[in-house]
Design a protein around this ligand. Structure first.
Ligand code: NDP
Length: 433
């Protein structure tokens, strides 16, 4: 371990992203508001999903005028259930076996160790859930559908608590801070995340939240939606809902199975753990990404074999690109290059891949992810654009993320990054963008 004091390694952040404090304040408030709006403006209680995005606001407004709306925000049963869920995930982290592996080298020369048992947690949870449903029937697993709003409130509260905890505790001790989250402006730093890898003992708060309570909850939400539909349809679930459930469960299982791949991502190597990640991981991902499944509970679409096959093809193509690209980079960053891909030396010391997936564009993994996002919305048909919210937002997010990563890489690699950009000129989609 290097003895350098972290104070020398934590320069003040100069310059803002996301339009600075006003922009981050706006996102801090609008993320929870959007999660609620997507429910109140697009659910069977509000008369279904509106045919135009602009009309989601009038539908939400009707809900706002109803006194029941305000009461529904706080739901004691949902809060207790959410807390039990979160504690269960922590207990699984502690008790389930798992290898300890090292992440990438941080700028203080240390390599943090992480316990790898996210996939085991998923398997255990799925075992319990499926066993429960088989024993007690689908009607016993509709709690999430019935307590949606209360669960949103509970997860947002948990995100605020964790964001505040990490922000306040970052001022105590000699912690390594995120280079982008140390401006001295509390609104901005709370959002971006001041401390890079907050932990309690060997328990790493950021990677835990990235992979477990939110992602596994997302699958549970989808299962609960399928159970609600099964109850309404005498035990049968439509092919469209099966597709969404299968695609999203595959995505989560893949992420958790490849848990070590997360250690080379921007979230872990660069961003601090602030409200941006806590609300994203704990509330936004499970409750926004499952919108299609919630919609299909009451919009019961049967796709038939042809449409099912076509949508499957889009998803599997996306998955192939996503997995291939992320696997290539992760292998490479862990010292392996099984396909003997061409590389480029840099003055920074780390090489860059310039053939294979990473020779086609600078973010092939984003392209695969986007194709999958599209496939998750297609089963909902074309009656409303709201169920395409995820893929539209994701497109904006990944384009912005690409810019952020480009800037970070320019700082990391300097001139070499310019050379690399000349060799690999497309950003996300080869020959198009
Ligand atoms: P990347 O996995 O693309 O990682 C970017 C880093 O990879 C760069 O900073 C650089 O770091 C390294 N790198 C870049 N080019 C090369 C190259 N040619 N050869 C070797 N290394 C290279 O980005 P993200 O962390 O943004 O995304 C990870 C995954 O997570 C993606 O698949 C993305 O789609 C997904 N994602 C999903 C989200 C969701 O909500 N579903 C949200 C955000 C991301 P260095 O050189 O320092 O190693």
């Amino acid at each position: 371990m290097a003895d350098t004091k972290n104070t020398d390694l934590n320069p003040r952040t100069k310059g803002y992203e996301f339009l600075g404090p006003p922009g981050t304040l706006f996102i801090t408030l609008s993320v929870p508001a959007t999660i609620y709006a997507l429910y109140f403006g697009c659910s069977e209680h509000s008369g279904g999903c509106p045919p135009q995005l602009a009309t989601i606001w009038p539908s939400t407004k009707i809900s706002l005028q109803n006194p029941e709306f305000w009461k529904s925000l706080w739901d004691k049963d949902a809060a207790v259930m959410y807390l039990i869920w979160y504690i269960y995930c922590v207990v699984c982290w502690f008790v389930l076996p798992g290898d300890w592996i090292e992440g990438t080298t941080m700028r203080d020369g240390r390599r943090k160790k992480y316990k790898i048992n996210a996939f085991t947690t998923l398997l255990l949870t799925m075992g319990i859930t499926i066993g429960w449903i088989m024993r007690f029937g689908p009607q016993s697993f509709t709690f999430i559908y019935e307590h949606w709003v209360g669960l949103v409130t509970a997860s947002v509260s948990m995100s605020i608590f964790q964001g505040l905890y990490c922000y306040i505790s970052s001022f105590f001790g000699d912690k390594l801070l995120a280079l982008g989250g140390n401006t001295g402006n509390p609104i901005y730093d709370f959002f971006i995340g001041r401390v890079l890898n907050p932990s309690i003992g060997s328990f790493d708060i950021k990677s835990f939240n990235e992979l477990r309570p939110g992602l596994i909850l997302w699958v549970l939400i989808d299962i609960s939606m399928a159970c609600e539909q099964a109850v309404r349809r005498g035990g049968k679930v439509t092919d469209s809902l099966w597709l969404v459930l299968f695609f999203q469960a595959l995505y989560v299982a893949d992420g958790l199975y490849n848990e070590p791949a997360i250690f080379t991502t921007m979230d872990i190597t660069t961003d601090g753990f602030g409200f941006m990640l806590s609300v994203g991981d704990l509330a936004w991902v499970p409750f926004v990404y499952s919108l299609q499944a919630r919609y299909l509970v009451y919009k019961q679409i049967e796709l038939g074999p042809v449409h099912t096959a076509l949508i499957l093809l889009v998803n599997l193509t996306g998955y192939w690109i996503f997995r291939g690209a992320n696997g290539e980079k992760n292998d490479f960053r862990n010292g392996k290059n099984p396909r003997n891909l061409k590389t480029m030396d840099t003055k920074r010391g780390t090489k860059l891949l310039i053939s294979g997936w990473w020779g086609m564009c600078r973010h092939p993994n984003y392209f695969g992810d986007l194709l999958m996002a599209l496939a998750w919305s297609l089963p909902t048909g074309f009656e409303t654009p709201v169920t395409y919210f995820y893929v539209s937002y994701f497109l904006v997010l990944l384009m912005h993320r690409q810019y952020r990563d480009d800037e970070n890489c320019e700082k990391k690699y300097g001139e070499d990054w310019h050379k690399y950009k000349q060799l690999v000129s497309y950003r996300i989609v080869p020959y198009i963008y």
